[in-house]
Design a protein around this ligand. Structure first.
Ligand code: LLP
Length: 432
């Protein structure tokens, strides 16, 4: 359930009319509902109330500090994958002892920074990373708290680009190899072995792959215990998927119940790293129609429907603002912000201004007929929306707005042309 609702054909975010915000803030912009963010965080977190656990929001899904701060206030931690995400989490007020650090390519500087900050856990993904972490920790005279991310070789049955738990994916350490690393790590002076982690993929719509990998992790933890290696944390990675179209992902309650049942008899604290399930349906992208056009075959006149190939709705948001449709062929529902009564429907491609045919938000989509100046809302854009946006085609990144009841706040101002070239210089020699 979310707080984007249509009242008499007009889209509201909580009690605020989306069109009103568009008038004041301009388009495009991302719009988040605070009540939805809170509701989704609590629904997920409280589903695990029966077990000692820590919900570390996956910062990569939506990294605005206002949103990270909201989750920190609800007792959440952060799952980070870069020094930049650590900086954001700290700036947002996340307790370092609730921050865990995943990712295959942590640099020496990033390890330094995270050790300095005193984070809860490093999810180590290779023998070389372990060796580097030992060196950096020795240099600082501290002990680095470590979980190894194991690769359980389980098919999450999701999009190939976001499957991470198969042996052919770059993530984690094969379970057998991981065992030797644990043994090695327990003998390292500046490493403290704390946990086991895994993350098999994103946008999962089935519980069974989670359970399959958890069983492998459990067997592994028992094997470690037999060797005298105790574990304080079991990290199960990202959360469940969401409904973009007709997917029927499990409810967090059922997902949690299945996991807690599996974990009976285990005393380790469970760590979860949900991103999409918390923010996905709590955010939308609002865009304005710039032009409508129809492309016909050569030689066909504009009134001849026979030659019509495509109708396009050109909007002011593009693949640089929301990459998911172009990158994954992802579906996002798109609705008019104000629906004209009795408007006919038509099948269109909704495209942006970027100079690539791959720049689209939707293809062959049936939509109420729209005109220049109309506003469209791209739904379910809260996760991996703004956080994946770029400046491609030198487009300033859009504003982010947070609604709270009957008020809204700009939580990230729209970038300017000046900010586009900030940091760029023309070397003095080039002027001669
Ligand atoms: N933990 C780790 C280590 C991850 O790599 C991810 C996501 C998560 C947690 C959060 O997973 P979630 O709860 O959101 O499913 N850009 C893609 C999704 C990439 C996911 C990357 N890892 C998309 O737009 O669908």
């Amino acid at each position: 359930m979310n707080h984007f609702v249509s009242k008499n054909g007009e889209l509201f975010c909580e009690q605020v009319a989306v069109a009103g915000i568009a008038r004041e803030v301009g388009t495009p912009f991302y719009l988040y509902s605070k009540a939805t963010l809170i509701r989704h965080f609590q629904a997920f977190d409280s589903a695990f109330a029966g077990i000692d656990h820590l919900t570390c929001f996956a910062v990569k899904a939506c990294s605005n500090i206002a949103i990270l701060n909201l989750f920190a206030g609800l007792g959440g931690g952060a799952d980070i994958v870069s020094g930049g995400e650590l900086y954001r989490a700290l700036a947002a007020g996340v307790d370092p002892q609730r921050i865990i650090y995943s990712g295959v390519g942590k640099t020496e500087q990033e390890l330094h920074y995270a050790l300095e900050a005193g984070i809860l856990l490093f999810n180590v993904e290779s023998a070389q990373e372990l060796a580097r972490l030992q060196e950096v920790a020795a240099d600082k005279g501290v002990k680095a708290p470590v979980s190894f991310r194991v690769n359980p070789d389980v098919d999450p049955q999701t999009h190939a680009y976001i499957s991470t738990g198969l042996a052919k994916n770059k993530f984690g350490i094969p379970i057998d190899e991981a065992f030797d690393l644990y043994v090695q790590a327990t003998g390292m002076e500046n490493i403290e072995v704390k946990g086991v982690s895994c993350h098999i993929g994103s946008q999962l719509t089935l519980i069974s792959p989670f359970i399959e990998s958890l069983r492998k992790v459990k067997t592994f933890v028992e094997r470690l215990a037999a060797k005298g290696i105790g574990i304080d944390f079991i990290d199960l990675g990202g959360g469940v998927g969401i409904t973009y179209d007709e997917e029927q992902p499990p409810h967090p309650r059922d997902y949690a119940a299945a996991i807690m049942k599996e974990l009976q008899g285990f005393t380790a604290t469970l760590i979860l790293e949900p991103g999409r399930v918390i923010v996905g349906n709590a955010g939308i992208l609002v865009t304005e129609v710039q032009y409508t056009k129809s492309n016909r075959r050569t030689g066909m006149k504009s009134d001849q429907d026979a030659g019509l190939v495509k109708k396009f709705v050109v909007v002011d948001a593009a693949m640089n603002d929301l990459a998911r449709p172009s990158l994954y062929g992802a579906y996002h529902a798109i609705v008019p912000v104000v629906e004209e009564k009795g408007a006919g429907r038509e099948v269109v491609d909704i495209v942006g201004p970027i100079c690539e045919t791959g720049d689209f938000l939707a293809r062959d989509r049936e939509l109420p007929r729209v005109e220049q100046g109309d506003l469209l809302a791209v739904m379910s854009a809260g996760a991996y929306g703004f956080s994946m946006s770029s400046n491609y085609n030198s487009r300033p990144r859009v504003a982010e707005v947070l609604v709270d009841g009957s008020h809204y706040a700009i939580i990230r101002r729209r970038e300017t042309f000046e900010s586009l070239i900030e940091g760029e210089t023309i070397p003095s020699g080039a002027e001669e």
